[in-house]
Ligand binder design. Structure first.
Ligand SMILES: NC(=O)c1ccc[n+]([C@@H]2O[C@H](COP(=O)([O-])OP(=O)(O)OC[C@H]3O[C@@H](n4cnc5c(N)ncnc54)[C@H](OP(=O)(O)O)[C@@H]3O)[C@@H](O)[C@H]2O)c1
Length: 307
């Protein structure tokens, strides 16, 4: 148990944020949230910000040791129109710049910022490559967002702060994450692999992501980018088989073709139809031990068991 540590979490109201707030509180860390709105039922002290109007409540930084930056408009939530793409970028980069500006002007004792990024940094492409942290970014939309986001976070080094960029894979959790959406067709007996099924899904169980963030808070030697994916990524086809197995369902439909997904989702279909392996070696070399290194036990933990 930690005592006396305080963290401020942006995006603490989101699906990852809600789980993280609960987890860190259980570890004895005091949690407060920076949000665009106050929720009357929130358990956590909430401060307000508005990056579009450059507004932020500076009281949020009082006695804070670390900032965990998770805020950002959902990348897969809506079609990638030009205005949505701008929102996805601004909600990450401009929020980071607002935090930077506020901290560069105020007296505080914040030691570091631990920020979400995504495996999309490497580009959304199926290949034989196993991406490592030192690899160059990809050249698609999500890669450009992650690159700008990480660069904005790295600027905090000028303020003497430690910076950690977590390149997160698909976070598997009970409520609110991608798994709910992935499992739904299987409940309806219409689940099937997507695209050609060969694309890799770099995934992580929420418990392990929370534990990596806790380790990043506790370990002053952790700095820079870290891939946050279980060491056992699987193809979309394998993921579908294991998902069906855990739910006690059969896959009887053919693969859902890429063109159909593009028709339904637009350009963001690439998030489902392309993907490569991402190495977990760097985080493993910090002596981090995954509680869920394999997919099947992770799915069994998160999904209701077979009827
Ligand atoms: N979930 C995953 O599988 C996954 C994978 C890789 C990376 N990530 C990254 O991890 C972070 C957290 O993910 P999540 O799934 O918890 O996201 P989420 O559920 O969509 O929540 C993100 C939070 O960001 C804030 N937000 C949303 N739209 C915003 C906007 N236009 N401007 C400013 N703030 C906005 C909201 O907080 P308020 O309403 O309180 O302001 C929201 O609760 C995200 O940055 C995401 O890109 C997630």
């Amino acid at each position: 148990m930690e005592t006396g540590l305080k963290v401020l979490i942006t995006g603490g109201t989101g699906s990852v944020g809600r789980e993280l707030c609960k987890f860190l509180t259980e570890q004895g860390i005091e949690v407060s949230i920076l949000s665009r709105s106050k929720r009357s039922n929130s358990t956590y002290k909430t401060y307000l910000w508005d990056h579009e109007n450059f507004l932020i409540d500076n009281n949020a930084f009082e006695n804070i040791d670390y900032i965990i930056h998770l805020a950002g408009a959902g990348i897969a939530d809506k079609r990638w129109t030009e205005s949505r793409k701008k929102e996805i970028l601004d909600s990450r980069v401009k929020t980071t710049a607002l935090l930077y500006k506020a901290l560069s002007k105020s007296k505080h004792k914040i030691k570091g910022i631990i920020s979400a990024s995504a495996v999309g940094f490497y580009g959304q492409k199926t290949s034989e490559t196993i991406f490592k942290e030192e690899d160059q970014p990809g050249n698609d939309f999500v890669a450009s967002v992650c690159t700008a986001w990480e660069a904005a976070v790295n600027k905090f080094q000028d303020l003497g702060m430690r910076t950690v960029n977590l390149r997160i894979g698909i976070v598997l959790m009970k409520k609110g994450g991608a798994l709910e959406k992935m499992a739904q067709p299987f409940y309806w007996n219409v689940g099937a692999p997507l695209g050609n099924g060969k694309q890799i899904i770099p995934w992580i169980h929420i418990t392990d992501l929370n534990r990596i963030i806790l380790q990043a808070i506790r370990s002053p030697q952790m700095e820079g980018p870290y891939n946050c994916c279980a060491p056992d990524p699987v193809s979309n086809a394998e993921f579908s088989i294991q998902l069906a197995d855990v739910l006690g369902k059969h896959i009887w439909l053919p693969k859902i073709p890429t063109w159909a997904l593009r028709l339904i989702l637009g350009n963001r279909a690439v998030l489902l139809t392309e993907g490569s392996r991402v190495s977990a070696d760097k985080i493993l070399n910090t002596k981090f031990e995954f509680k869920y290194p394999k997919l099947l036990p992770a799915l069994r933990d998160l999904l209701p068991s077979k009827p």
